[in-house]
Design a protein around this ligand. Sequence first.
Ligand SMILES: [Mn+2]
Length: 411
Amino acid sequence: MRLLHTSDWHLGLGQGSLTRLADHDLFLDWLVQTIIDQQVEVLVVAGDVFDAVHPPAEAQRQLYGFLARVQSTCLRQVVLVAGNHDSATRLEAPASLLKTLDVHVVGGITTQEESLRRCLVPLGGPEPRAVIAAVPYVHEWRLGLRTTELDAGGVHSAMTTLFTELYARIADLADEMFPGLPLLGTGHLTVGPATAEDAPQAIHQVGLIDTLPASVFDPRYRYVALGHIHRSYPMEEGRVRYSGSPIPCALPEMATPRKVILVDVGEEVTTTALQVPVFRELRRIEGELPAVLKALSEQSTEAPLPPHLHLRIQLDAPCTDLNHQLHEVLQMLPEPRPILAEVREILTTTIDHAAPPTCDLRRMTPTEVFGELCRARGMEAGDELMAAFQTLSQASPESFSHLLGDLEASR
Ligand SMILES: [Mn+2]
């Protein structure tokens, strides 16, 4: 039996001119063709199907359109679980309808036995050839963990124990309900050598506890399809693996290839990573303004969609017509033009720390500031002028209007 493991689609990602709708359309087209070409029987999506708990209508159209399209292919079953970006209940809302299409959705689970039984999905039709534990993102709170009174070490060891127990309990139920069938699983959590760069969002207090060991997955699981970390990497000699996100959701994800994983389940379980084509590049351009403008004028791409550019421009003084200059260069480029995703100005004016500061506003009186202003403008800050400023700066609103009246009268 051949499965395809993917995760972290984040349908609905991006807004306005930065929408990734077209990226996802191209990915889903590619995925349908890959399912056909590779004779895939079961598709597993390990969480973060949508980017947000209230996905836009276009994102819902993409998911349901895709599920309808694969009905006419060799694909027999789809298993979808919720990630931390999905709403568990919203993803699960059409579950009974989708079940009629052999699409199994698990949004959330509790530790109740009935809930754990429900996430075991037999694979391969009337005579199942494998079973998968469709485990979604599970917040530690659901497992009964209260972290407020524990230190980092305590949270880490409690979570390791609780997730180990959860996966072992489900494996026990699988042994009872589907004896002898190869057991597979899913999960949406942080496991193995993840780095801060990989973790798109700190879940499971990952900032505090680092990541969980891949040994939380009972050895009875022959393959565990993970989601959450957007970089693709195997653990436990390939038995546990992140597929990674199929499109780069953020700039750092351009550094590693995007993949989906073919999983062949027989006597042995073997995996093959397939590289997803680059549909759009996210690029960083960094440097002084002339260099950035030059780089901008030389932009071209092999990808079907225009790149998203993240500019970091070093300036030695604020540049008031920066946007105008950037857009003037962009206008010269042929369609489809690159899209400015981010323009960050970095002021590089050097401060000579050896020289004494000419003025420190925090330590000056308003009169001293006025004196400095006069000098900076080449005006003579004479006694009479300074006295007039002092009178004005200390005047109450009523006396101020009197002073103005006197001034008018003296003209
Ligand atoms: Mn994700």
